[in-house]
Design a protein around this ligand. Structure first.
Ligand code: XUL
Length: 556
């Protein structure tokens, strides 16, 4: 293992996070410590585009799109704001990378390559690049307008499980392949005028590089077109859209090495903002793959985001797919990233909390005190009787079910459960406090298990992030179900995408000779994370109920 050279301590690295509502930039030094950050908020900074939360929504067609020119304006404004802070000398910038909203696509006409090369620093990006857009809009990940195209994708692969096996996911409305197919169908002239079709990630990278750069190896897995195992386009799926050679040339190559420099920065940024002309552009990736680069996530480590929705990200060496979740190539190693997205999370927990507070006449309706006390006091399911609850105020993705609230009791020796209501068969509202956390965690445990390669079969470390990770009782109760060998930790991941992108830029430039895992371990300050007490080496009290939990899903 070679050392990172010490003469780089003046170097800076920029990570850009182009998400739905904002463009954020974080600059880190060679120790990966943040030096400066700035952001542009689309609705507030650019009201002229009339976006709401960064997008234009058509409820009739279920289309959700973003104006691409707005992003161009945002790049100029962000760099101006970074310079205004006076806290970073951009001539020391050695690398730029990005983490962008996934699945969105940008359509460029045949003038784009030349215009990018000829950028004039006395004008704005928007002034010069707006005319290169074959379509002014970019479909957003919240778009739901491609039902017919999704069916075609699933069918072409021989079913949704087969498509997941091939491309890491079944067909989804937001995935780029179905979106491009829809565009070709509904706006053939726009499709024909598109000499280049890019993802948001390599579009932003192309603007920074001043030339059209390759797609990213992780982000390309969000298209339903990429054969992940064999690292190549699936031609059977490409030809749903067009002649294979035509669509391949529009999409261009994929950078198989996520750390290689794609280009030096465009002279536009050197002349206008003083960014070093030696600054490398390292492949920009998607926001979820970018998130896992913000911390030293090793195989078998899991991030669980306990927000409005629930998301679990795991680094895995096992390529195990399912139509219920997503697998992407890891952006910097040969491993993969598994992503489980649940619709239900905080809202469902709050509803249980409210019922408990009502029962106990607690004046502060938003207090978690009683809920937390019960979550740690009620006996785990399977000890007195097996109680499995499903708390879905919103329809759920995993499993694919409509909104419901169901309490099922498995009596000793019976082959099917009995559905009960509150205060029947000994199931009181008190039980709901723990049952909802068990239910959310058991689903994650069951789905993660084939992706884990530890001897014990349990995750190594769990990082709990998002709103509810500030509630220690919730963290402890869920950790008891997930049994992390090395404990659970909480940390603030609110800047994870930009931070992950900045780390990626640094790795691409100064990490040569090290693997990504070596590089990030070396740099990581353990003080960034807080251990959740009592989550290391706990006894597994749930091994007997996983099977009944899975069977219970059949009764929702
Ligand atoms: C992931 C997805 C969202 C977007 C958000 O599949 O659609 O997480 O990446 O920007």
């Amino acid at each position: 293992m070679s050392e990172i050279s010490t003469n780089v301590s003046n170097d800076l690295f920029l990570g850009l996070d182009l998400s739905t509502q904002q463009l954020k930039g974080i600059i880190v030094n060679a120790q990966l410590e943040p030096v400066v950050q700035a952001k542009v908020e689309f609705d507030a900074d650019f009201p002229q585009y009339k976006t709401v939360k960064g997008v234009l929504t058509n409820n009739n067609t279920r289309e959700v799109q973003a104006p691409v020119a707005m992003w161009l304006e945002a790049v100029d404004l962000l760099l101006e704001r970074i310079i205004k802070t006076g806290e970073a000398n951009l001539s020391r910038l050695r690398g730029i990378s990005g983490a962008c909203q996934q699945h969105g696509s940008v359509y460029l006409n045949s003038t784009a390559q030349q215009q990018l090369a000829d950028l004039d620093s006395s004008k704005s990006l928007k002034e010069q690049l707006e005319s290169t857009l074959a379509w002014t809009l970019s479909p957003n990940w919240q778009d739901h307008s491609t039902e017919a195209e999704c069916q075609q994708f699933d069918e072409a692969a021989g079913g949704k499980e087969q498509l997941a096996l091939l491309t890491g996911s079944k067909a989804h409305h937001r995935f780029t392949g179905p979106q491009i197919l829809k565009l070709r169908r509904t706006q053939k002239n726009v499709y024909d005028n598109s000499a280049h079709i890019l993802l948001v990630s390599n579009y932003l990278a192309s603007v920074i590089a001043g030339k059209i750069v390759s797609l990213d190896i992780a982000d390309v897995c969000g298209m339903n077109l990429w054969d992940i195992k064999n690292k190549k386009w699936d031609e059977n799926l490409l030809q749903l859209i067009d002649d294979v050679s035509v669509i391949k040339s529009k999409l261009g190559p994929v950078a198989l090495d996520g750390s290689q420099s794609l280009s030096k920065v465009s002279p536009y940024f050197t002349n206008k903002y003083g960014i070093s002309s030696e600054c490398d552009v390292i492949p920009f990736t998607g926001d979820n793959p970018g998130t896992i680069l913000a911390l030293p996530l090793q195989p078998n480590d899991v991030i669980i985001s306990l927000g409005t929705s629930t998301t679990a990200l795991v680094v895995t060496e096992n390529y195990v797919t399912s139509s219920m979740y997503h697998i992407f190539q890891h952006p910097l190693t040969n491993a993969y990233m598994g992503m489980l997205c649940y619709c239900n999370g905080a809202l469902a927990r709050e509803q249980v909390r409210d019922a408990i507070n009502e029962k106990y006449h607690i004046a502060d309706k938003t207090s978690w005190e009683k809920f937390n006390e019960l979550a740690l006091k009620v006996r785990p399911t399977g000890q007195d009787q097996t109680e499995i609850g499903f708390y879905f105020p919103l329809s759920e993705i995993i499993p694919d079910k409509h909104s419901t609230l169901k309490r099922l009791v498995w009596k000793e020796g019976s082959t099917s459960p009995t559905e009960v209501h509150v205060d029947e068969s000994g199931w009181t509202v008190d039980h709901d406090a723990l049952r909802i956390l068990e239910s959310q965690a058991l689903s994650i445990r069951y789905r993660l298990s084939p992706m884990l390669t530890t001897k014990s079969g349990y995750p190594s470390k769990i990082y709990l992030v998002g709103g509810s990770s500030r509630n220690e009782a919730i963290c402890r109760a869920m950790s008891r179900v997930l049994v992390p060998e090395n404990g659970s930790f909480t940390l603030d991941l609110s800047d994870a995408c930009a931070k992950g992108a900045a780390n990626k830029a640094a790795f691409g430039v100064i990490g040569r000779g090290l693997t990504w895992d070596e590089f990030i371990q070396k740099m990581w300050l353990a003080s960034n994370e807080t251990e959740v007490a009592g989550t290391k080496g706990v006894h597994d009290q749930y091994s007997n109920v996983v099977e009944l939990f899975v069977k219970s899903e059949g009764y929702i």
